[in-house]
Design a protein around this ligand. Structure first.
Ligand SMILES: NC(=[NH2+])NCCC[C@H](N)C(=O)O
Length: 304
């Protein structure tokens, strides 16, 4: 039996699902794109290819091996993009909660059924239909659960809005002892620099008290201020629109001291090192063209 345990974003990682770029399928058509950054590269004819993405994910896997993390990979579904494991389900405490994900991505869950089979069945939760929620929007911070959502009336028109208020309320009801705080995120179906696809595209904690944040990713200043008050201005590394686009906030913590980051994120990686973090740099710029990065490619199962 797999005994799940995750209460925050940074405690020592012991077991994780890491996606795969194998048999990731042909370049989607413009109509099939479900985020603006992929759309941009499809239009430009430079959408990333499997042969370039596989080594990036293997570099990530090698870092996990170095730190003795148990890694589960999804079973292969032919011609299916299975890179972003984060979104298909998520762990809160010892519960495994299946996401109600975009219909385009539903079959990705079947590929980790062999992992789900190792979890005590009463701990595996399927939310009701009206709940939309994806793991990229759910972030654990000890007594807090942060959730990215979109509150605009045009929610149904935005394929980039993935978590609704039913999702937020579902988590609130399930975890009455946690402080569940939702954040109304900026969305755009067409302009990647204006789109915070998930909460982890504009914010993520690192270490025990710091965080990376893009102010404009939040539709309401009060939501941004909530995080400034909680973490303290001096503990937040502010990123620009371009840096959000490159996905600076989507690095991944293996422990409170060790962060896996993209090798071109010079300004961020310097800040991390100045703040005494060990930075494990890997190449991930091809995968980033699909509007996801390191956090998105992982689903932590056990953190100490
Ligand atoms: N947690 C994340 N930010 N995941 C990114 C997923 C990217 C993927 N192209 C999608 O639109 O679904």
């Amino acid at each position: 039996m797999l005994k799940l345990h995750v209460e925050n974003e940074t405690s020592k990682l012991e077991a994780v699902v890491l996606g795969t770029a194998k048999s990731n399928g042909p370049t989607p058509t413009i109509e099939d794109a479900y985020d603006p950054k992929s759309l941009e590269f499809i239009k430009a004819g430079t959408y990333p290819v499997e042969a370039d993405m596989i080594p990036e994910m293997e570099a990530f896997n090698t870092v996990f091996e170095k730190y003795d993390v148990k890694v589960y990979r999804p079973e292969l579904i032919e011609n299916c993009n299975q890179i972003f494991s984060r979104d298909i389900a998520f762990v809160i405490d010892d519960f495994f909660i299946k996401s109600n994900i975009l219909p385009d991505r539903e079959k990705e869950l079947e590929a980790i059924q062999y992992v789900i089979n190792q979890i005590e069945p009463s701990k595996v939760i399927t939310p009701p239909k009206e709940v939309h929620i994806e793991g990229g929007d759910v972030m654990l911070w000890n007594d807090h659960i942060f959730i990215g959502t979109y509150k605009g009336a045009d929610y149904p028109d935005l394929i980039t809005a993935r978590t609704n208020m039913h999702g937020v309320n579902f988590i609130k009801e399930m975890f009455p002892n946690k402080i569940v705080k939702e954040f109304d995120l900026s969305k755009s179906n067409t302009i990647a620099r204006d789109n915070a696809l998930h909460l982890d595209c504009c914010f993520q904690p690192v270490g025990t008290s710091k965080g990376i944040i893009h102010k404009e990713g939040f539709r309401k200043e009060a939501d941004y201020n909530y995080l400034v008050d909680l973490f303290g201005e001096e503990n937040l590394f502010h990123i620009t629109k371009d840096e959000m686009y490159y996905m600076f906030s989507n690095v991944f913590s293996i422990s409170p001291e060790v962060v896996v980051s993209e090798k071109n994120f010079k300004r961020l990686n310097n800040w991390l090192r100045e703040n005494k973090f060990t930075v494990e740099e890997i190449p991930y710029s091809e995968i980033s063209k699909q509007e996801g990065l390191l956090r998105c490619s992982t689903m932590p199962l056990i953190r100490a």
